[in-house]
Design a protein around this ligand. Structure first.
Ligand code: BGC
Length: 252
């Protein structure tokens, strides 16, 4: 495996990148961030990634991992929840390689977070079934079994009580509906109880910006499964994407 890799995290508001030491998970040098272009079409977002790469001045032999907020099946996007619909059917891995000129691995954003947490973060060294969920604009999920990723699980789109789960329990819904922590915890209780019933995991890890306030809602949840906040916080996407360059789960 390469000693370092570049990670680029594509999100709804920003595209950010950095070079990651794959031995330690540390970011080498600066993190570069540009605003996600609107509309967030393939051409404009790929251009934003190119911009980030140019600013980082990454040597050509350093592989690039990209974290993307949709399932990525053999490099292609089968459906898109929170960026422009023009992404559907696009072979993102090939287009990125053509524009960026590096070897590129593209992975779902929650899968990237799961790889990062399992390699360097809250789930490091933990065996069994780990479910990493990211609570943000939507809900992402990354499932790890004994250190290996089961990609593209999309557990944010489970239908619970007639709703797409992320439309009830994503962090964006807490803001949109102005829910108190107690009200939000009740939504999360319904969600995690259901996922727990389906998978009986050994550990839940909760990521996304809202996990900075984990102390306000995780203690309110009653589950059999231990549930802990993610450790990598705002670098999770970059570090996880960089990890994906060495992962069989990363598709291209
Ligand atoms: C997408 C997932 C993504 C999650 C978090 C969901 O709407 O379908 O692929 O991981 O949002 O960004």
């Amino acid at each position: 495996m390469a000693q370092r890799a570049c990670g680029i995290d594509i999100g709804g508001s920003g595209v950010k990148g950095g070079v990651v030491d794959l031995e330690t998970g540390a970011i080498i040098g600066n993190i570069v961030k540009v605003v996600t272009p609107q509309p967030s079409t393939p051409t404009s977002v790929i251009e934003a990634c190119h911009d980030v790469m140019t600013q980082l001045d990454v040597p050509a032999d350093v592989p690039v991992g990209i974290s993307f907020p949709a399932p990525v099946v053999h490099g292609t996007i089968p459906f898109m929840a929170n960026l422009d619909q023009a992404w559907v059917g696009v072979d993102i891995a090939s287009l990125m390689e053509q524009r960026i000129g590096h070897r590129v691995a593209v992975v779902n954003d929650a899968d990237a977070a799961a790889l990062g947490e399992a390699t360097f973060g809250a789930a490091k060294g933990v065996g069994g079934v780990i479910i990493v969920t990211t609570l943000g604009t939507g809900i992402g999920s990354g499932v790890i079994l004994d250190g290996k990723l089961l990609p593209n699980t999309e557990l944010g789109h489970l239908e619970i009580d007639g709703y797409d789960a992320e439309k009830r329990a994503a962090a964006s819904i807490k803001t949109a509906e102005d829910l108190t922590w107690e009200q939000y915890a009740a939504r999360l209780q319904r969600y995690y109880s259901h996922v727990e019933m389906l998978f009986s995991p050994d550990l839940f890890v909760v990521g996304g910006g809202v996990s900075e306030n984990a102390g306000k809602f995780l203690p309110l949840l009653k589950l059999r499964t231990p549930i802990i906040p993610a450790m990598l916080r705002n670098t999770a996407g970059i570090v996880g994407a960089a990890c994906a360059t060495g992962s069989h789960a990363a598709t291209k």
